[in-house]
Design a protein around this ligand. Sequence first.
Ligand SMILES: Cc1cc2nc3c(=O)[nH]c(=O)nc-3n(C[C@H](O)[C@H](O)[C@H](O)COP(=O)(O)O)c2cc1C
Length: 175
Amino acid sequence: MDNFHNLCINRRSIRRYTDQPISPDDVKTILEAGLMAPTSKSSRAWQFIVVEEPEMLARLCDVKPLGANSLKTTPLAIVVGVDTTRTEPWIEDGSVAASFMQLQAADLGLGSCWVQVHGRSTADGTPSEEYLRELLGIPETISIVCILTIGHKNEERKPMDTDKLLWENVHVGKW
Ligand SMILES: Cc1cc2nc3c(=O)[nH]c(=O)nc-3n(C[C@H](O)[C@H](O)[C@H](O)COP(=O)(O)O)c2cc1C
């Protein structure tokens, strides 16, 4: 990594990937980033399910009707779950780990996209989490935050324009 700020400027959600698989070393590095993420009371209660098998990736596409396009071409999906019996702020713990993995993927020159699962439903109204639970054999104690899609980029996205950041959302001292 040359500079973390540049990484933030250049990271964009990528929803189209090439056929090139991700090297096992890169998959390991990305998972290590997730496993090093901070958690409330150091619970480290996440569970990451790595899916690379094409038939299973195809079935993940039905997790919800909208916002799942990046699953169509991804060579790698990481389902981010958290054991809710072991941590109360499970959404936060899962989200931080997912963000760490996205930033690590960006640092490796890979694209990634967050596919929201918590609170979403499949086309027939089944909760997306239940669909994944059945498909992947996920225990009842694990709640699902999101699926990350990660792959070699097959689309260009413009970097962030730092002149257009929402500085009006920042309040100094008081609102
Ligand atoms: C909590 C959260 C949920 C998201 N859900 C989805 C999703 O379901 N599908 C999708 O394609 N992108 C999803 N995204 C990606 C956002 O659409 C994306 O970050 C946003 O449009 C800004 O674009 P950028 O990441 O390229 O800066 C999600 C991002 C976050 C943080």
